[in-house]
Design a protein around this ligand. Structure first.
Ligand code: SAM
Ligand code: FES
Length: 344
């Protein structure tokens, strides 16, 4: 197995059989994490990039079986932030040292292309030294182009799974893997820094599915990859399913660092929800990004993708301070920086 880890670090690719063997065995963990940390140190030093996450709407037209804000969850208390409220979040975030804002939300018809373009322009006009990331789902190539022209820099769209059969287990028939992948290639072609990703341990996921994810990531060559454990939400069809494993997530973070050494890899909130020091462990496995919440405290509990989500009661400043201490405790530091990918 050490041979496969070395080969991944050297060649930045593996065959499906090799991926399957490595992921199934989770062997040589400490060796992998050491190699992964050495690479993140080489490209990013002791810096951990931070993104201010603004969860601006939980209205969603989609019905993904895993997600707590799915259309059919009539229990979800819906909200959307106004343009002014979003700008207030940016103002607070900027003062705290954030230089990347991530606008994330469900696929909400209220936020038309015109409204989004106006919002993007206003944010970029006030905070020209900040990167703006969108995470608002599947749109036409024309819409992606309009947002890019208005000033958006990055786009996060997890592919969720690269295995067709598994995709069908997680989504209703109106959604398709083909479309999801096409969106990612459109975004890349337009010139966005692109992030894909998947949940670890989602219902029906096999080792072969994850091997397919790794092959897809090798093909797409995204700048970012977001992975975190699947965590059930009590008002979804997957309420009774088991959560994903923290250990497997950490192992995959290590492998992703070797696959693409300058990747922007978040230690996700889902990881911190599953285990108190999950985000620290993520950094020690090779991650280099954290994404604390900048949404107003009043709405945080409502953006419940899964149960028991952390940081829903803390103010933005508290989360930033908390994460800063957590990173310092393990020898890293949060920086005030846009956090673009390092040159290889
Ligand atoms: N609507 C946008 C989209 O689809 O890309 C952005 C919001 S979506 C809720 C953000 C991500 O949350 C999804 O890509 C999914 O991987 C993750 N997610 C949803 N439900 C989850 C769950 N139960 N456990 C862990 N992650 C979850
Ligand atoms: Fe939010 Fe620790 S990061 S309280």
């Amino acid at each position: 197995m050490r041979r496969l880890i070395d080969s991944l670090e050297k060649n930045h690719c593996l065959t499906k059989e090799e991926w399957t063997a490595l992921i199934a065995q989770e062997a040589e963990k400490e060796y992998l994490f050491e190699r992964a940390r050495a690479l993140s140190r080489k490209y990013y030093g002791s810096k951990v990039y931070t993104r201010g996450l603004i969860e601006f709407t939980n209205y969603c037209r989609n019905n993904c079986y895993y997600c707590g804000i799915r259309r059919d969850n009539t229990d979800a208390e819906r909200y959307r932030l106004s343009e002014e409220e979003i700008l207030d979040c940016c103002r607070e975030g900027y003062a705290l040292g954030f230089r990347t804002f991530v606008l994330q939300g469900g696929e909400d018809a209220y936020y038309t292309d015109e409204r989004l373009v106006s919002l993007i322009r206003r944010i970029k006009a006030s905070y020209g030294d900040c990167a703006l990331t969108l995470s608002i789902g599947e749109k036409s190539k024309e819409s992606y182009q309009m947002f890019f022209d208005a000033g958006a820099d990055r786009y996060l769209l997890r592919h969720e799974t690269a295995d067709e059969k598994h995709y069908r287990k997680l989504h209703p028939k109106e959604l398709s893997l083909e479309r999801r992948k096409a969106c990612l290639f459109d975004l890349k072609e337009i010139g966005y820094q692109v992030g894909c990703g998947f949940m670890v341990g989602s219902p029906g996921q096999t080792v072969e599915c994850i091997a397919e994810d790794m092959l897809f990531i090798t093909e797409l060559q995204p700048q970012m990859v977001g992975i975190g454990p699947f965590i059930p939400h009590h008002e979804t069809p997957f309420a009774a399913e088991a959560a994903g494993s923290v250990e497997k997530t950490l192992y995959l973070i290590g492998l992703l660092r070797l696959l693409k050494p300058n990747l922007l890899l978040p230690a996700t909130t889902a990881l911190g929800t599953m285990q108190a020091d999950g985000r620290e462990q993520g950094i020690l496995a090779g991650a280099n990004v954290v994404m604390p919440n900048l949404s107003p405290v009043g709405v945080r509990k409502k953006y419940a993708l899964y149960d028991n989500k952390i940081c829903t009661g803390e103010e933005a400043a508290e989360c930033r301070g908390c994460l800063s201490r957590r990173m310092e405790n393990i020898g890293y530091r949060l920086v005030t920086d846009r956090g673009d990918p390092a040159e290889i």
